[in-house]
Design a protein. Structure first.
Length: 260
């Protein structure tokens, strides 16, 4: 399923970008440093670096397919690992849609793909905290994604983060991190499965490094080199893909004596 999602979503984004299906270039994402190029891929480095998410999602699916590697909630409900792998894959085409076309539709798909991941992280944490099943995860997921997209469409400038959609995404990530810390503390008390935080800490540390680099990849930053082949925002994508994979490994290690 993950592989099919990767192939179909990438094919659709390429066809849409080449065919102009998303509408006119309105400069969405032009606040990032990379200069817009002629042709159907406006920001090449920021576009193709999103293939890292596709590779990360496929790596999640490969790891989850091996017997005995899933602990905790993922072990009880293996379909959740597949769902997470699919959402990680979709981050790639979603972000590519914006950076390749700089259209409004591309911008919406970019934020939606982000909220799909943060929504899962929050919902997975809530499900485990409440000791409920996938039905609870699905309900919280829909609400969390809806809140994110509502913030995105409301818009408005936010210091450092740029606009309200990014700020809501950041808040949802912090909520997810808080839930993982709470679950770790409960596990330490023996009131729940043990949490191996090594991968979780690695994921948060990677994300923090990625964000620090993200702040230098803006058009008005002194380190901006619009024509450079390597762009800070492209590095942000690559590190975020690694952070997403490490988050999955954190989930998979739940309740296991050592990280799998």
């Amino acid at each position: 399923m993950t592989g099919v999602t990767a192939v179909l979503s990438l094919a659709l984004v390429v066809l849409a970008a080449r065919g102009g299906w998303f509408g006119p270039d309105v400069g969405r994402g032009d606040g990032f440093c990379e200069a817009a190029h002629p042709g159907w891929v406006r920001q090449p480095a920021n576009t193709w670096s999103n293939l890292g998410f596709v590779l990360a999602g496929l790596a999640v699916a490969w790891h989850a397919s091996r017997p005995g590697r899933l602990g905790g909630a993922l072990g009880a409900h293996p379909g959740l690992a597949t769902a997470f792998a699919v959402l990680v894959v979709l981050l790639g085409p979603g972000s590519m849609a914006m950076h390749a076309t700089q259209t409004d539709v591309g911008g919406h798909l970019d934020l939606l793909s982000m909220f799909l991941l943060s929504g899962f992280a929050v919902a997975h944490g809530v499900m485990r905290w409440l000791r409920r099943g996938p039905g609870t995860l699905a309900s919280v997921f829909v609400v969390t994604v809806g809140i994110g997209m509502a913030g995105h469409f409301r818009g408005g400038d936010v210091p450092v983060l740029g606009h309200l959609g990014n700020a809501v995404f950041a808040v949802e990530l912090w909520v997810a991190i808080g839930l993982e810390v709470a679950l770790w503390r409960r596990g330490r008390r023996g009131d729940g499965p043990a949490q191996d935080l090594r991968f979780g800490i690695g994921s948060v540390a990677t994300l923090a490094l990625a964000f620090a680099i993200w702040t230098t990849g803006m058009r008005d930053h002194p380190w901006c080199r619009p024509e450079a082949l390597l762009q800070q925002h492209a590095v942000w994508h690559a590190l975020d893909a690694l952070a997403a994979y490490l988050l999955y490994r954190h989930y998979a290690a739940e309740g296991r004596p050592t990280a799998a």
